[in-house]
Design a protein around this ligand. Sequence first.
Ligand SMILES: *Cc1c(COP(=O)(O)O)cnc(C)c1O
Length: 443
Amino acid sequence: MTDQRDPHAIATLLAADRRHAWHPYASALNPPPVYPVASAHGVRLRLGDGRELLDGMSSWWAAIHGYNHPVLNRAVSAQLGRMSHVMFGGLTNEPAVELCALLAAITPGELERVFLCDSGSVAVEVAIKMALQYWQAQGQAGRNRLLTLAGGYHGDTFMAMSVCDPVTGMHHLFRDVLPRQLFAPRPGCGFGKPARAADIAAFEALLTQHGDAIAAVILEPIVQGAGGMHFYSADYLRRVRALCDAHGVLLIADEIATGFGRTGKLFACEHAGIAPDILCLGKALTGGYLSLAATLTSERVAGIVCSGEAGALMHGPTFMGNPLACAVALASTRLLLSLPWQREIARLESALREGLAPAARLPGVREVRVLGAIGVIEMEQAVAMGPITERFLAEGVWVRPFGRLVYTMPPFIMRTDEVARLTHGMIAALEKYLSQPSGEEAQ
Ligand SMILES: *Cc1c(COP(=O)(O)O)cnc(C)c1O
């Protein structure tokens, strides 16, 4: 589609979309409305009909530098002229190797060994496979369960689904095929607060009771994303790390959403001053340009994994180490590190705090919370996607709630006045929606 706004072309596109495209978590029988994007620049999405929207989502945490960034565009073009892809089995390529070295250097602890793959869910699968092979290699194949936190989200593939929240995840749908994992209560202690003794006790009880069967603990450090946009205590995370050590269990940190500065630290583990044994990265890794993810571990863990029967980590995606994706990931990460990003996140944090504060006074709002460049309005009840989306569009903002959560994680380049416009638009839309939940625009 061009930028042309030809209503006939848009109608044709939408008809073909309804006929053939399957959107995320969407019905094919009664497809929800979708809006064609013609182009995106900086913090703005331009729709096919010419409307311009301030982007509050960074395309699901990914587009941290905004859209159509000259530095990232150049990195892709330059790499395209060399090769877009070559296999990673038996061959290697400079962008992939440089990216592995850079990730090893900037991540917490001694995560020296990097496994590149295509998406966050696969990075989680790889992390779990590493943990299982780690124990197999030590003659403890019975250690094959995972301990995680309620309220988590780790992706949509089967093993990843098994560690998503048992209620809001898809456990009931796939009851008979999902492995049964162990769930500690969601930590009730907010960010900046000490851990609650009851939360620690519940976590420790599970470790004590099932320790011999547990391969690893997997969690999202500090911010639980799609499982509820919940922020929790760094003290809790520190205590979990200590308990994993005491019980000899691996700790997998899923920083697919939190990595690359989003929470105010480069990686959310740094809020607690801890390092995991295995780390998953994705989403913002390429600045939102291409699908790429990574699973990192220490030489110690990698060495044990590879001392087992197979003699190798048994995984190898076709598009592993894709040079195009790695080149833009390198450019995005170097760009981030070259910026005063801590200052920028602090600026966004205070702008979101100020901008979203008035939402706390709206009826039906349970809580407003902000951490780093993440702002959340938690409602008492789930919002209706169709009608509320129309309200957001009328305000010129792109915000995509889920359930009771109306939230934003804008690109880091969003100016303070634009954040004010974004948050004002969110609140105005919410106010109109609340006073007339199924407005005339409702589908
Ligand atoms: C998005 C997400 C995933 C899954 O990543 P995909 O690229 O969608 O497969 C896993 N874990 C967390 C914490 C995420 O936010």
